[in-house]
Ligand binder design. Structure first.
Ligand SMILES: [Zn+2]
Length: 261
């Protein structure tokens, strides 16, 4: 659009010059003719002013848009920083500095760079186990607690969520099933291996619905809640590990201050 206005501007400017020259040459000629030409010149001047105003408005609009895009870029950078604090490094496409508002192609390029960054972030988000594996009340937290069987202090490696019998259990991120079967105290257990070193554990299942080696998506039903293994009632035992280290799943259940993207 900017280019078009510039063209119009130059054309009108050229016309005025030609007409002015014509008037100068014919200054000794027909008065009526001169008056007519003057009127035309004035009309063209008005047109020019109008176009100039339109151009100014268009440039202002684009500057506004550029500022908005810049603020989106800042937010994307912030989200990336949050991920970096969690030890997840993603290289985002470079958006660049301020782009002159009258250059449409640049603004479009800028917007599509941001779109690509956003897509990349969304993809990464689907790989991180953030979310709820089962909708149920939290009945036991991560860390040291009294063992429900013998009352002694013991470390609880995950969280427990109370469940209805056979309530569906969801994978909390994309991944590959690493284990699906019986595992001592866990009863029927599913372990899913995710990107960035994450693993999630789903224990005491009544029934397993996935097989070892199977690819799952965030939200896939991997089984149904039960009370198999060392369990006192129907519930889901949920664990998150990263590079073998136990993490507190509570910090991964919701998009809270620890997980704000
Ligand atoms: Zn548990």
């Amino acid at each position: 659009m900017g280019k078009n206005y510039t063209k119009v501007y130059l054309t009108v400017l050229g016309l005025i010059s030609v007409i002015s020259l014509f008037i100068a040459l014919k200054s000794s000629g027909n008065r009526e003719e001169i008056e007519k030409l003057r009127k035309e010149v004035n009309l063209l001047r008005e047109e020019l002013t109008k176009k100039e105003e339109q151009l100014k408005k268009a440039v202002e609009e684009k500057e506004k848009l550029a500022r908005k895009l810049k603020s989106i870029e800042e937010k994307i950078k912030k989200a990336n920083k949050t991920l970096r604090r969690k030890g997840i490094k993603i290289k985002l496409p470079q958006g660049g500095l301020f782009i002159p508002a009258d250059r449409k192609e640049n603004l479009e390029f800028y917007a599509s760079t941001l779109e690509n960054s956003m897509e990349k972030l969304l993809k990464v988000m689907a790989e991180i186990p953030v979310g709820v594996p089962l909708y149920g009340r939290l009945t036991s937290r991560f860390g040291y607690r009294k063992d429900p069987f013998n009352g002694k202090l013991a470390f609880h490696a995950g969280i427990d969520l109370r469940a209805q019998p056979r309530q569906p259990v969801f994978a909390t991120a994309n991944g590959i099933v690493k284990f699906a079967g019986w595992s001592g105290g866990y009863g029927k257990l599913v372990i899913i291996k995710h990107k960035y070193g994450y693993e999630t554990y789903y224990g005491h299942l009544f029934k397993i619905r996935v097989k070892k080696g199977q690819r799952v998506k965030a939200g896939t039903v991997i089984g149904y809640a039960g009370s198999t293994g060392r369990s006192t009632g129907v519930h889901l035992h949920y664990e998150i590990r990263r590079y073998g280290r136990l993490l507190n799943p509570l910090k991964y259940l919701y998009l809270n201050r620890y997980n704000a993207f």
